[in-house]
Write a protein that binds this ligand. Structure first.
Ligand code: IMP
Ligand code: MG
Length: 183
């Protein structure tokens, strides 16, 4: 099979400045996985990755665990009609039974916290024994909802990041590192 030459530069090194490189992310993911593995020994852990942003983090985190876990995903979208886009709804729900389970919600980045706040309420109705929150990135300055993270990878400032699942207009998710867009 012959491939057409790329019409754009890949990876786009000139437009993305690395903030967290692959090694740094891997080390932190391993640390988080070790902490979660210790905390959830003997529990019925169900990890729920929030699509699409958390797909890479959820995969890597789950593979670094040393305990059994059910891995599932939910997909959300924001109501476009809402003037401030603060309303969210679930467009693909988890298939796993959450009744009596120890649920760990896995996010890519927490900004206002409104998405996670909504999901905690939604999944809370399905009777889990416990619910904890894990996000690779946390931007606490922009928090609107009272959302407390149990496991945080890195705190970040108010700059737009891409890569490792994070997108800008659906691009850059498959970069192996996290960077800032220098547009
Ligand atoms: P919030 O916490 O409800 O405000 O929403 C957080 C969501 O916004 C994340 O799950 C991402 O999908 C998206 N998001 C926030 N900041 C960034 C960013 O810097 N790059 C890419 N997506 C972002
Ligand atoms: Mg997201």
């Amino acid at each position: 099979m012959s491939l057409l030459p790329l019409a754009f530069e890949w990876p786009p090194a000139t437009t993305v400045e690395v903030v967290f490189d692959e090694a740094r992310i891997r080390n932190r993911v391993d640390e988080l996985a070790a902490a979660i593995s210790t905390d959830y020994v003997g529990h019925d852990l169900v990890m729920i990755g929030i699509l699409k942003g958390a797909y890479v983090f959820t995969c890597d985190l789950s593979r670094a665990l040393s305990i059994p876990a059910v891995v599932d995903f939910a997909s959300i979208s924001r109501y476009r009609r809402a003037p401030d886009q603060r309303e969210v709804r679930i467009t693909h729900n988890v298939e796993a039974d959450l009744q009596g389970k120890d649920v760990l919600l896995v996010e890519d980045i927490i900004d206002t916290g409104l998405t996670l706040h909504y999901l905690v309420q939604e999944f809370g109705r399905r009777g889990p024994q416990s619910m904890a929150l894990c996000s690779l990135l946390d931007r606490p300055d922009l928090r609107l909802a009272d959302t407390q993270l149990d496991y945080t990878g890195f705190e970040v400032s108010d700059e737009f990041l891409v890569g490792y699942g994070l997108d800008f207009r659906e691009q850059y998710r498959n970069l192996p590192y996290i960077g800032r867009l220098a547009l």
